[in-house]
Design a protein around this ligand. Structure first.
Ligand code: ME8
Length: 684
């Protein structure tokens, strides 16, 4: 039987700056959903990539003194660039598209021409407002307080000959799509789109520009480049081979099952993109899911605001899986969430170190201690448990666990645990299918917490005191704990793939009992499993120490990103020649140099200035020079400044230095002259 297909995408990223934790959030979420579908045995196509054209990139490249392609290459393929980040974060994309790839560029030209030839693109004059950072056109009525409604920044007037796409023609169809189907999720985003964009009247969209060149050229009208969003949105089909020979999967995977996108680009994906596809006569994606933003201090992260969080630092510090888990567990996927390092550390400590980590280490340690690392045969699932597990499955909810058992009968605890663990996959599945990974994780952790409680209820250490009487019961308790852990670990694979591999080894789970099917089959683990206590998968984090280390790492990264050399801007104020000539610059030779007592900054120089009388100058350069290294040097001094006192000593003149900043740090170098210049020689 053919496997079910599942095509999922992330937005393709602007490589205008390095990616931050907000971008990582979106890609990790998509990766977790893609892995979930693979776990279920589906044939998954997961696409991500980079959106490399547009004026913003052209401007940034100019600023950096490189070509736009060189600029994006560095951010995409360079050290700690986009590709490196996705590798580090264990992103399992099947394909990566760059909109500068030749096959994509050629396909965009064909797509544009197709819409032109079918009458949906026509030539006109564009008059309106343009937000450069967002690369978005706006009409006057769409502006918010005269500013870009997306980012709140200033917009510019723009007028030029341009091509337009007949978006207005599709308004009714799009409204119907949004209001009467489950195309756009979460549902709360529908009203926003309909009320803000469709009801005020959907205007035709300007889809070409002539004021810059870094884009896909319109092949039948040189001078025009295709609007970057038409170029970018089409990546979802060109990456499958639409209008190109590079790939041949369009028939297989299109329409996409879901485009995962951030809330500010829902407009492009739920209005413009379906209209383009309607114009091309192609099927629409099944869903667009608009997730929320990770906020920092209540605002969106952005490089221009300087409030970004570096995913490299966090992953290197806490581990990739802990970071992936935190992002998915903490923030409800459709809403905004406030990021903080404290929250990250708390989540690691509570969920991973305490709840999951402890469950695994306590259980494996006890099997080692009480059974020498191998459970006795026959300790596995009972018939009653298996029957109950089946009913948990059938009803897809957990019955209340009152089995008419004596309240003191410990089997009550078994039944409650078994039902919760065996029913877990169904609640998890419902949450994952509703794009609510946070909810799926909440369900898993309820069961992990239940298992920890089960340890306390059964007090294995008390049972172990009389192995003859209680050995069988104790083995069964251990089995139930391992089996619950196994089920939870399967469902955690999409979120923490590497750690779960290690965890399976620790609990002695064979390949066959790590599968999706076995996550709903209580009793899959062999009753003679051989768990082995291994490395601590999720060590507890010392909050105070970690916060300080993070601060230091962020400071280091900040410094590393500073320009190598920073110079004082040249003075705009002019000095007339006669005034300049009044300054008397002379070569001076250092006869002696010492630190000034009680001053960390000052050095005292005794200088030969050619007059035969020693000159004393004090200079605040002790941070850069040791006195002894300057003796004998020929320096430059201005000698006709009025004498002044510093720390009670007289200074007659000033030594000339060159100053600049290197990686944000002040640097100073004395101007040193050729030693063959005699003391007292005048500079002119
Ligand atoms: O929008 N929290 O690219 P992009 C959550 N090239 N998500 C965030 C975020 C934050 N703080 N900051 C950014 C683009 N994102 C286009 C996409 S698709 C055909 C073209 C998300 O690099 C943002 O919401 O600016 C978006 O979904 C994604 O990162 C890429 O943003």
């Amino acid at each position: 039987m053919d496997k079910k297909k599942f095509y999922i995408t992330t937005p393709i990223y602007y490589p205008s700056d390095k990616l931050h934790i907000g971008h990582t959030y979106c890609t990790v979420a998509t990766d977790a959903i893609a892995r979930y579908h693979r776990l279920r045995g589906e044939d998954v196509m997961f696409l991500t990539g980079t959106d490399e054209h547009g004026q913003k990139i052209e401007d940034k490249a100019k600023e950096a003194g490189v070509t736009p392609k060189e600029f994006v290459d560095k951010i995409v393929c360079g050290e700690r660039g986009v590709l490196d980040l996705w590798k580090l974060m264990n992103i399992s994309n099947d394909r990566f598209i760059r909109t500068t790839d030749d096959y994509h560029v050629a396909a965009i030209q064909k797509i544009f021409k197709k819409m032109y030839e079918n009458g949906d693109i026509y030539k006109g004059t564009y008059k309106g407002k343009y937000c450069k950072p967002c690369e978005s056109f706006w009409t006057e009525s769409q502006l918010k307080d005269g500013k870009c409604p997306d980012c709140g920044r200033e917009v510019q007037d723009a007028e030029e000959e341009a091509y337009f796409f007949r978006l207005s023609k599709y308004a009714d169809k799009i409204q119907d799509l949004l209001e009467n189907t489950d195309f756009l999720q979460p549902r709360s985003r529908v009203n926003e789109m309909v009320n803000n964009f469709i009801k005020p009247g959907l205007e035709d969209l300007c889809v070409s520009r002539t004021s810059f060149t870094w884009g896909v050229p319109v092949d039948f009208d040189p001078g025009h480049v295709v609007y970057v969003w038409v170029d970018a949105l089409s990546n979802y089909i060109t990456a499958l081979g639409y209008e190109n020979d590079k790939y041949d999967d369009y028939k297989k995977y299109w329409p996409a099952d879901v485009h995962i996108v951030g809330k500010e680009i829902v407009r492009f994906h739920s209005i413009i993109w379906p209209a383009m596809l309607m114009s091309l006569g192609e099927p629409l994606p099944k869903h667009v899911f608009g997730h929320g933003w990770l906020l920092l201090d209540g605002g969106k992260m952005s490089k221009s605001k300087g409030n970004v969080v570096d995913p490299y630092i966090l992953a290197e510090h806490f581990g990739v899986d802990a970071l992936r888990f935190f992002l998915m567990r903490t923030f409800p996927f459709g809403s905004d969430g406030n990021f903080s390092n404290e929250l990250l550390i708390q989540t690691i400590n509570t969920d991973l170190a305490n709840d999951l980590g402890n469950l695994v280490s306590r259980t494996t340690a006890m099997v080692g201690k009480y059974f020498g690392g191998r459970l006795p045969a026959g300790c596995g699932a009972t018939e009653m448990e298996q029957g109950a597990a089946c009913s948990a499955r059938r009803e897809a909810t957990i019955p209340n666990g009152d089995f008419l058992l004596d309240p003191d009968d410990p089997v009550r605890y078994d039944m409650d645990l078994v039902l919760k663990a065996a029913g877990l996959r169904f609640d998890y599945e419902a949450a994952m299918d509703a794009y609510a990974p946070h909810k799926a994780l909440e369900e898993v952790f309820k069961v992990i917490q239940r298992a920890n409680k089960y340890i306390d209820e059964n007090a294995p250490w008390a049972l172990a005191k009389d192995m003859e009487a209680n050995g069988k019961r104790l083995a069964h308790v251990m089995y139930n704990l391992l089996e619950t852990t196994r089920i939870c670990a399967i469902l955690l694979i999409p979120f923490m793939p590497e750690s779960m591999d290690k965890l399976f080894q620790q609990i002695g789970a064979c390949e066959g009992c790590r599968t999706w099917d076995s996550a709903a089959q209580w009793g899959s683990l062999s009753d003679t499993a051989e768990p082995a206590k291994g490395e601590n998968l999720f060590p507890r984090v010392d909050m105070e120490k970690a916060l300080q280390e993070l601060e230091e790492a962020a400071e280091e990264a900040r410094k590393a990103s500073l320009p190598d050399i920073e110079l004082e801007p040249q003075s705009a104020e002019q000095v007339d020649f006669d005034t300049f000539c009044k300054s008397d610059f002379r070569a001076v030779k250092v006869k002696a140099c010492e630190n000034v007592k009680k001053s960390a900054k000052l050095l005292k120089f005794t200088l030969d200035d050619g007059t035969g009388v020693d000159r004393q100058i004090l200079s605040g350069i002790a941070a850069w020079y040791k006195p002894e290294e300057l003796v004998g040097k020929t320096l430059l001094a201005i000698v006709n400044l009025p004498p002044r006192k510093m720390m009670g000593q007289e200074s007659c003149g000033m030594l000339i230095s060159a100053v600049h900043k290197e990686k944000g740090e002040e640097k100073l170098n004395l101007v040193m002259l050729d030693d063959k210049i005699p003391a007292g020689a005048k500079m002119c």
